[in-house]
Ligand binder design. Sequence first.
Ligand code: TEU
Length: 556
Amino acid sequence: EVDRQWWKEATAYEIYPRSFYDSTGNGVGDLPGIYEKLDYLDDLGVDLLWLTPVYDSPLADFGYDIRDYRSILPEYGTMDDWERVRDGLHDRDIRLVMDLVVNHTSDEHTWFQQSRREVDPYTDYYIWREGESGDPPNNWESLFGGSAWTYDEVRGEYYLHLFDEKQPDLDWRNPAVREDVYEMMRWWLDRDVDGFRMDVVNLLSKTEGFPDGDAGSVVTGSEHFINGPRMHEYLREMDERVLSNYDDIVTVGEMPGVSVDGAREYVSDGPLDMVFHFEHMRLDAGEGDAWDFRDWELSDLKETFTRWQTGLAEDGWNALYLNNHDQPRMVSRFGDEEYRVTSAKLLGTLLHTLRGTPFVYQGEEIGMTNVPFESAGQFADVETLRYVERMLERDDVEGFADISEAVRYGSRDNARTPMQWSDEPNGGFTTGEPWLAVNPNYPEVNVEDARADPNSVWHYYRRLADLREEHDVLVYGRYDLVAPEHPQIYSYLRSLGDERALVVLNFFGDEPRFDLPESIEYGEADLLLANYDVERPAPPDAFDLRPYEARVYRLD
Ligand code: TEU
C-alpha cells in the first residue's frame, strides 16, 4: 500500500533570493524579481518552492541572522511583495515553504539587545556563561570555526554561538523562548505558508552543564550540541502547539551530523516529514577541518545513498539534494566540467530517480558550475571569510595562494553567484553592479540559451519532472542496488507492483560495459530517458556506456 502525499510527488526548487533576479537594478535579487520569474518555475515543473530567508537582517550570514521574524528585508521588498509571490505561486499550484531559523537570531534582534542588558523577560533568552579565568566557558567550536563563545562587554559574560558571533544561540530550555517561536510560526502559517525548512533544527538542545568536548572531532563539542538530550521533546511540543493544527503542510529538518537511524527516529516521532542529512556532502571530506578535501569514491557514494534509501524504506522519506546554497556546484564536485551538460544530466537523473523528494537548487537546471575565484577579495560568505582570516594569521600560511585550492573548491560562494538568465551583461541578473560577481561562463551557460536548445540540461530537467509525474514507480517504488561492485557504474532497480524502472549511471569519462544480472528478468524494455542518443531498440541486457551516460528503462 502506497502512502500518497503531495510532497512525496513534488519536485522542489530552492531559491536564494539575493542571487535569483534583481528587478530594481541595485545589484541584489528581490521578491518582485522572483514574482517576474514565477512562470519560469512553472514551466520547469516545480511544485514546491523553498525560499531561503527574506526576513529583516543585518546580513552577517545573508539572512540566516534574523533581526525581525515578522518583516521583510527592505532590500528584498515589502510584505505586499511577499504576498504577491505567495499568491502567484498558489495560482500556479506551487506550494511555498519558508526557512525557519530558530537555533539562533541576529545579535541585533531586540531579544538579544534586551538580554545583554538583562531586561526581563529576555535575560535568559540566550545562553550566557561566565568565563573560566579569562577564557571561554568551554572548548566548543563554532561550525564556522573558532570558539563558539564571544565575550559581551555590555553584560560582562560570554554567549554561545554555534555559527557566527553575530548569530547568538537561543536558549531553548526557556519555555518563554519556545512560546515566542511557536507564536511566530503560527503567524506565518496563518499567512498561508505551506510549511517550513527548519535550519539546523537538530542543534536546538545542548548537553546540560556545557562540558568540554572531545578534542579530535571535526567540530569540537559537537557531541554536546548535535541531536542533544531534549531534541525530541522540543519537536513533539512544537508539533502539539503549532504544526499539528495545520493541514497539508510539509516540514523538512536540516540536520548536520544526523545518521540514518537518527533521521528515522526524527521522522517517525514528531512533526518532521523529511530530513536533509549531510552524509553524501562528506564523501570528499578529508581527515582534517571542514576545508580539508579529498577525492570521493563511487563505492562510498553508492554505499551512502543505498544506506539512506533502504534505511528509510519503511518509515520516513528522503529529501534528496546534490547542491544547495551552502555547497559547491554538483557538476564541479560529482560531475565533470569537461562534460558539463552530460554530467549535469547524469546527476539530475540520480536526483530524480532515487526514492525521495528531489530538491533542485537554482542554476542546477542549467548546469551552473563552480567559480574560478582568484583572490580573497572576491568572496562574500562569512564562513569563507572567517576561514581565510584565520589561516592568514598562521605562520605557515604565506598568502591566499596557499589555501586557494580548498577555498575555490569548497566555498559556499560557488553556489551564491547570481543566476545566469541570458548572455547579456551580468548574465541578465541585474542592470546594476551585482553584489557578488557573476560566474564568467554566463555567455555559454544561461537560461535563455538553455531554453532554446532542446538538448540542454534545462529541457532534460523538465523531462525528469514529467517522468516522476507519469511513473509512480519512480516516486514510490522500492529501491534495490544492481551490480553493487561495478567500479564505474551506479545502477538500481525501482519496483512497485508490476512496474519496474532500471537506472544505469556511468559516473566517469570511460566507456564501461553494463551487464544486466540474470536475476532481473523482463519481457519488454522501454527506454524512458537517456542523456545521449540511443539507437533503438536498445535492450538493457548488455551495452557499453559513453562518458557520463545515464539511461532509465521501464521493464515489463
Ligand atoms: O547551514 C547549516 C550548516 O551546517 C552549514 O553551515 C554547513 O556546515 C556549512 O555551510 C558547510 O559549508 C544552515 C544554513 O543553510 C546556512 O546557510 C547557515 O549559514 C547556517 O545554517 C546558520 O544558520
